[in-house]
Ligand binder design. Structure first.
Ligand code: NOJ
Length: 731
């Protein structure tokens, strides 16, 4: 595509909006929006752009004057109905409020954190959990979630890695679209749907050194190829809203960024929905040193296309003055108001602003929801190591020692952004194991230590019960607060004395299984070498304990695969599989691209995960030796279950463009299939690879597919696989 084409699309969308605003007549709901806007005072218009957090009576005056368009963090059928009634019955124009909240991985029924759920590589599952979260939220008076978070994260120091789908743009795009479909269901009017919000636009995941809210400095090529695709996929899936990010991008704050917001999002992609700022990010334009004062910040943000000011206090106070002094046009303001009212209309709020408290009572935390939470946690678990098949355990085992600060912990299993999740809903690992074992099994429990302090006083008791038991399960990792917003770390090991704890447990010589719970990949080289079995459970949500127990006892064969590379040490970060090749690829010599004190490779690679069965990959077939513009080919391999249990396998397709006008990554994921095979069963997995999937942005930022040699893999993870070659010809 050419720039002039983008500009045409952009102008057309602006035109369409103005046609909407000025010409729609008759019975259509858009006519009433137009009429409404024409009846609004400047102050009421600015009020629609204003969003504040949490209801209290001090807001009543502003609300009655039409000074508020939306609340965040106000929920519950009874409360939302009460506040809505003020907006609908006691304001001059009766415009309903829109209530938003962060429904990130469940509303009350809490599923695994998004990073965990992404390891299922299962868009259908993710669509179902998003839909269920939406139904609970809507029944509770919530119309809008600030999710999905689709930021690609290549640096595990960044705490918000927990909220997204990992490091890969292709997988991230598939899962972004699945979440949008799940939240928005069959239309925003439905009583089980909510508006989704792609965030944080854009490139928030590229924060320098993994430090929260930090600067982003990156090439347009990396922006377009790595960070933008999940947003594009979400827009194409029909997302209703987007949220701008806190960070700068090459010196320009994302919340006032005409390039990413106006040119790319509204122009190239034709997005006409509503854009909300992140919390006070309009005001922060001043703190960044980009705006002189709130007044200028308001001009910059609204001109860049930010429609709603989240907790910024900028728009509501300054917009009327800005219009009066000509700094922004009435038309710019009306466009923002239109998008907000349009969203309210799409949600059916003008006809039906209230919710039924009875529905809220029946729907929330229902039996089906809890079952889905268990399924989702089971499918998120990744088996990292299983030496001598020490797992699964036999349910008739005589005794098990369950140890660790996360073994009987309810709060932390909810993870970051627990929304309305509460500790009482959580099944811990200890509880899950107790309900699974036979009556002849003794389970002993000792905490051993806290998550993050230096007290080893509990070690003797823990080691003591380990010595007396036939197997030891240590549940260790991070607290929920160690990841998520504001949760960046400079170390990635087990916090506190937990590493020492597992070292002492290992010295007992008992079969030791480590269950990790965390919001990010932890660097655990010692454990990877010395502990026979390691299970990554992430922060697994309310059914985490049952799901872990299901996997430990083999009721469920683990099938998750990593969506983020596990570092050996923090110094490797940022670490991701789809790096470009260097002129001196890492080897033995000092004069290659390597560290003197660590291998380049991850501890566990992207796409990696074990099963209780084994899968054999064979017979790679490529349907044609050459591919022409507009064409496609199939790449096939036979996958056989060579073990004794049925199981899922996530089969991955990677490519590499060998020589091109811009250096390309050593591997790029282009497809995946999750298949289920009975023992001994074999199936051919076929991928279709289209010519347009082989492209990239060249030096002129033009998306091109260049002729030449390509490599292709059908693979069990990003480091292993069957390899073949083909060529792209220009004609
Ligand atoms: C700030 C966070 O960055 C964003 O993700 C969230 O949606 C808002 N706060 C509202 O809670």
């Amino acid at each position: 595509m050419k720039i002039n084409k983008y500009s045409v699309t952009f102008l057309m969308s602006v035109l369409l909006i103005s046609i909407f605003i000025s010409c729609n007549k008759g019975d259509s709901p858009d006519f009433s929006i137009e009429r409404l806007i024409s009846e609004m005072t400047l102050q009421e218009k600015a009020g629609q752009l204003n969003q504040v957090s949490g209801y209290n009576v001090n807001y009543d005056k502003l609300l009655r004057e039409g000074g508020l368009g939306s609340f965040l963090n106000v929920f519950g059928a009874e409360l939302t109905n009460r506040v809505q009634k003020i907006a609908v019955e006691d304001t001059r124009l009766g415009i309903p409020l829109i209530f938003g909240i962060d429904v990130i991985h469940g509303y009350r029924t809490i599923f695994p954190i998004p990073l965990g759920e992404s390891c299922s590589w299962d868009p259908d599952l993710i669509q179902r959990t998003s839909a269920m979260a939406a139904a609970e939220a809507r029944a509770s008076g919530v119309h809008w979630t600030f999710a999905p978070m689709v930021d690609i994260a290549r640096d595990s120091r960044w705490g918000r890695i927990a909220e997204g789908s990992g490091e890969d743009p292709f997988l991230g795009s598939v899962l972004a679209a699945a979440k949008v479909r799940g939240f928005q269901g069959n239309g925003l009017m439905e009583t089980n749907s909510i508006a989704a919000c792609l965030k944080h636009y854009a490139a928030y995941g590229a924060a320098n050194a993994g430090r929260e809210y930090h600067t982003v400095d990156l090439s347009e090529k990396t922006l377009r190829e790595i960070y933008l695709p999940p947003f594009r996929a979400g827009v194409d899936a029909g997302v209703a809203t987007l949220m701008s990010a806190f960070n700068t991008i090459n010196g320009i704050p994302a919340t006032a960024n005409n390039f990413t917001l106006r040119q790319i999002l509204r122009g190239e992609w034709g997005f006409n929905g509503m854009i909300v700022s992140d919390w006070a990010s309009i005001h922060e334009l001043v703190v960044h040193g980009y705006a002189e004062d709130k007044y200028q910040a308001g001009i910059q943000a609204i001109k860049a296309g930010i429609d709603m000011d989240m907790m910024g206090d900028v728009y509501q106070k300054n917009i009327p003055l800005l219009v009066k002094d000509g700094s922004i046009s009435m038309r710019t303001l009306d466009e923002a108001v239109f998008r907000i009212l349009k969203l309210k209309s799409d949600l059916g709020l003008f006809e039906n602003p209230y919710v039924d408290p009875e529905l809220e009572r029946n729907l929330i935390l229902s039996v089906e929801n809890i079952a889905l939470a268990r399924e989702s946690a089971q499918k998120s678990i990744v088996l990292l190591k299983n030496e001598n098949n020490i797992l699964p355990l036999n349910k008739n085992i005589r005794s098990i020692a369950v140890i660790g600060p996360l073994a009987d912990n309810k709060d932390e299993l909810l993870g970051t952004w627990k929304c309305r999740g509460i500790r009482d809903d959580v099944v811990t690992v200890l509880e899950g194991l107790r309900s699974a074992v036979s009556s002849t099994t003794t389970i002993r429990y000792a905490k051993g230590c806290e998550i993050n302090d230096d007290n080893t006083g509990g070690f003797p008791e823990a080691v003591g019960i380990a010595r007396r038991s036939d197997a030891v399960i240590a549940v260790v990792g991070e607290s929920a607060g160690m990841s998520g917003e504001g949760g960046s770390r400079t170390t990635l090991g087990l916090p506190g004395v937990q590493k020492q704890l597992i070292q002492e447990l290992s010295e007992t010589g008992k079969p030791l299984i480590v269950v990790l719970m965390a919001g990010r990949p932890l660097s655990i080289p010692w454990a990877a070498e010395h502990i026979p079995a390691i299970l990554e459970a992430w922060h697994p949500g309310i059914q985490g304990g049952n799901a872990v127990s299901d996997v430990l006892f083999g009721d469920i064969n683990p099938s998750g695969k990593l969506t983020v590379s596990f570092p050996r040490n923090v110094g490797q970060e940022p670490l991701y599989y789809n790096q470009e090749n260097t002129g001196r690829p890492g080897g033995r010599s000092r004069w290659t691209s390597r560290y003197i004190d660590s291998p380049n490779s991850p501890l566990y690679p992207f796409g990696f995960g074990l099963s209780y069965t084994t899968f054999e990959y064979s017979n790679l077939q490529i349907s044609s030796e050459t591919l022409l513009p507009g064409g496609s080919m199939t790449v096939t391999a036979d996958i056989k279950n060579t073990g004794e249990r049925a199981g899922y396998e996530i089969v991955q397709l990677y490519i590499r463009d060998i020589v091109s006008s811009v250096v390309r990554p050593v591997k790029e994921l282009k497809g995946f299939e999750k298949i289920y095979l009975e023992p001994g069963e074999k199936t051919a997995v076929e991928f279709t690879l289209g010519h347009n999937q082989l492209g990239f942005y060249n030096q002129q930022m033009k998306f091109v597919v260049e002729p030449g040699e390509f490599r292709v893999w059908i693979a069990r993870n990003s480091e292993e696989g069957l390899e073949g070659n083909f060529k792209v010809n220009s004609k």
